[in-house]
Write a protein that binds this ligand. Structure first.
Ligand SMILES: *[C@@H]1O[C@H](CO)[C@@H](O)[C@H](O)[C@H]1NC(C)=O
Ligand SMILES: *[C@@H]1O[C@H](CO)[C@@H](O)[C@H](O)[C@H]1NC(C)=O
Ligand SMILES: *[C@@H]1O[C@H](CO)[C@@H](O)[C@H](O)[C@H]1NC(C)=O
Ligand SMILES: *[C@@H]1O[C@H](CO)[C@@H](O)[C@H](O)[C@H]1NC(C)=O
Ligand SMILES: *[C@@H]1O[C@H](CO)[C@@H](O)[C@H](O)[C@H]1NC(C)=O
Ligand SMILES: *[C@@H]1O[C@H](CO)[C@@H](O)[C@H](O)[C@H]1NC(C)=O
Length: 638
């Protein structure tokens, strides 16, 4: 089985052009004159890879966070096999992602092949989960690497924000290892199964079988077109090992193939499995995850030579015992032989198997060309974008160690939130928000960015027991619902921002064991009375509330400015006072001289002299013509 050229050579430089022109696809069906958006990545590869001789282009590795490259083992369905992979050691964090940008809005088939690191000493089959756009759609379970059918995973997903994220979530057993990633655009209405279908669902391909040929095949091998997403079909010659059914095939052209929205290739219908006289019914059974909804697609075409008219083959379709379709007569329904018929049915499955039975009416045999089964997964809602950005800033600013990961979306998939982050679903906004940060005792050495306040839904912050430096950001006081703020046992310095007094919901404030200085804001000082728990101890330079020392020379900047201003005023006052005193003294001396001149007694007191001088001013203007300049001074003092 080989993959042929897909005509995506040279696509890379054209990505921008494609994303511009694809805006049209928003509501329209596939425009067959255009090529769908297609990206294939050979993980761990430094160079673009062409899988000669078929010339499918696999881009060199890009767009990932973390991980290492290695040589790959395990055969995959890609021929010839890709030689490298990327794997993600747990020490690099539990969440690792590929981000593929400039992806036009639309509907995509995302397919991943997995492989093992080619190291004979490494006997670890990794067990991990895979998500696309935050929705978990595949879990690799023990034994996957020895079952070809389980070496790949595929999902159909809508991309709405031009960036596609594919994340790998460690479960602690081995290092997730990825061979290849394919992002293949399909028709916006592909696999429209009913009312649940749409942006709110992700379809996981659970099974895709072409019957009768016995060989696995991609759409390309079956002469499909690119809008079909180059589906991968497992081949079956018989539906179950114990049954007596038979493969048949034809060279005839099959009508009604390659039609929108699913563009099924014609070759798929040129082979089939049919029942026999001994066993006219057909039945196929597969294991599934219980308590999920499944979308089942069945493909038929009348290709058996003996069946040429209506009523010669009539059968019911039962899924887990319930009649899904009654009295299927392919020729009656399509009008002709060699014409494709596609039926789909959505079923809720409570058990661990899906059993599809084609039960013919008396005297006829059942037939089936292909079977597809998809698990219907509700798509996760993302975390509000501003808060994701704020967490990324926090990650850098606090210097979060690699082991934290913190890639992808913080809250989804819900099975794998970021460690240290508590999430809550906001029903009104239909987004996840962050309501808690627990990064206590993690050896953090950075600073708290003021952007932390963009996490407006936080109720609790615990950064206790790290080596966080710098100041407590003023902006923390703007998180309205903050109830717990524990920054104890760090190396924070500077003063406690006044803004913390605005936190009306605050219940616990632990700032003990830092290097904080200055006065505890008055706005916080009264709170212990209101049953808010505080701890400010073990900050040698902090003062101002009972239990801490008295505020001495260590004053806030404002207080220092205030004091400096006070001193200046006092100084100016002193200067003026001295000047006045000196002038008054001059007046006294002059007064004495005047008195002497008038032969007044020397024994007059100063005040009397003053009064005399004042009276002199008001009542004896004729006196002391030179005293005019000084006359007001005694007024100032009186
Ligand atoms: C991968 O295989 C190539 C030979 O195919 C070899 O030269 C190279 O050293 C291998 N790389 C690693 C990381 O084992
Ligand atoms: C799938 O089945 C539903 C009803 O069961 C039908 O409305 C829909 O057209 C079918 N989809 C396709 C693509 O045939
Ligand atoms: C299955 O679909 C029904 C609606 O048809 C829905 O109510 C139910 O929640 C779905 N179950 C699961 C597990 O998604
Ligand atoms: C913060 O974490 C520390 C260390 O794990 C813990 O002792 C403390 O109780 C936590 N603070 C609060 C307010 O829960
Ligand atoms: C706080 O500590 C930093 C070094 O960690 C220093 O640069 C800064 O001047 C200190 N600020 C105060 C107010 O002590
Ligand atoms: C405050 O923190 C100190 C350690 O810094 C501790 O010894 C003390 O018990 C705490 N006080 C209260 C009231 O929790």
């Amino acid at each position: 089985m080989q993959k042929r050229s897909l005509g995506v050579v040279q696509l890379w430089p054209l990505l921008l052009a494609i994303s511009a022109s694809s805006a049209l696809f928003g509501v329209l069906a596939a425009d067959l004159t255009k090529e769908p958006f297609t990206i294939r990545i050979s993980c761990g590869s430094f160079d673009d890879v062409h899988t000669a001789p078929t010339n499918t282009l696999w881009y060199r590795d890009f767009g990932y966070t973390g991980g290492r490259f290695a040589n790959a083992t395990r055969p995959s369905f890609i021929v010839p096999p890709l030689k490298t992979l990327r794997y993600f050691p747990l020490s690099d964090g539990p969440e690792n992602c590929y981000y593929i940008n400039n992806v036009p809005h639309g509907h995509y088939q995302v397919r991943l092949f997995f492989a093992l690191v080619a190291d004979p000493n490494l006997d670890s089959e990794p067990i991990f989960d895979v998500s696309v756009e935050g929705t978990l759609f595949s879990s690799l379970l023990s034994g996957w690497s020895s079952d070809d059918e389980k070496t790949f995973a595929e999902a159909l997903v809508f991309v709405q924000d031009s960036s596609l994220s594919i994340c790998f979530h460690s479960t602690g057993h081995g290092d997730p290892s990825i061979l290849s990633i394919e992002v293949l655009q399909i028709d916006d209405n592909a696999y429209k199964f009913g009312s649940l279908w749409g942006m709110g669902t992700v379809l996981r391909t659970t099974k895709r079988l072409t019957c009768g040929s016995g060989k696995p095949a991609f759409d390309e091998d079956l002469n499909g077109i690119h809008w079909g997403g180059d589906r991968f079909w497992l081949g079956l010659k018989t539906l179950s090992s114990s049954s007596d059914d038979q493969p048949i095939s034809t060279e005839n052209v099959i009508a009604e193939t390659l039609l929108a929205p699913n563009f099924y290739p014609q070759s798929m219908y040129q082979s089939a499995i049919v029942g026999t006289d001994r066993q006219p019914a057909l039945s196929f059974e597969m294991d599934v995850t219980p308590n999920k909804n499944y979308s089942v697609w069945l493909h038929f075409a009348e290709i058996e030579s003996g069946i040429t008219a209506e009523d010669q083959r009539v059968f019911d379709v039962l899924i887990n015992g319930d009649t899904a379709f009654k009295d299927i007569d392919i020729i009656r329904m399509t009008g002709e032989r060699f014409t494709a018929l596609v039926l789909n049915k959505t079923v809720a499955v409570s058990g661990t198997t899906v059993k599809i039975t084609l039960q013919p009416v008396e005297g006829t045999h059942a037939i089936v060309s292909a079977i597809e089964v998809f698990e219907i997964i509700p798509a996760e809602m993302k975390t509000i974008a501003q808060e994701v950005t704020a967490l990324r800033t926090l990650k850098g600013s606090l210097g979060l160690p690699l082991r934290f990961g913190w890639n992808g979306d913080p809250c989804i998939p819900q099975q794998h939130p970021w460690s240290g982050v508590d999430c809550q679903f906001d029903d009104t906004k239909m987004h996840w928000v962050i309501d808690g940060l627990g990064l206590d005792n993690q050896g953090l050495r950075g600073v708290i960015p003021s952007d932390v306040s963009k996490l407006q839904h936080l109720q609790s912050i615990n950064f206790s027991g790290n080596s966080i430096k710098g100041n407590i950001p003023f902006s923390l006081g703007t998180i309205p619902g903050l109830r717990v703020l524990d920054l104890s046992f760090n190396e924070l310095n500077g003063s406690i921002p006044e803004s913390l007094g605005q936190l009306t919901s605050l219940q616990t404030l632990n700032l003990n064991g830092n290097d904080l200085s200055g006065r505890v804001p008055a706005s916080l000082g009264g709170r212990p009375l209101h049953r808010v728990r505080f701890n400010f101890t073990d900050n040698a330079r902090l003062c101002g509330i009972p239990g801490l020392r008295e505020c001495g020379p260590h004053l806030s900047v404002a207080a220092k400015i205030g004091m400096a201003f006070g001193v200046l005023v006092a100084f100016l006052f002193l200067v003026v006072f001295s000047a006045c005193w000196w002038k008054r003294r001059q007046n006294i001396i002059r007064g004495q001289k005047l008195a002497a001149a008038r032969e007044a007694p020397y024994a007059k007191s100063r005040t009397q002299f003053t009064r005399d001088v004042q009276m002199g001013k008001h009542h004896r203007p004729h006196e002391s013509p030179r005293g005019g300049n000084n006359e007001s001074s005694p007024h100032l003092l009186s």
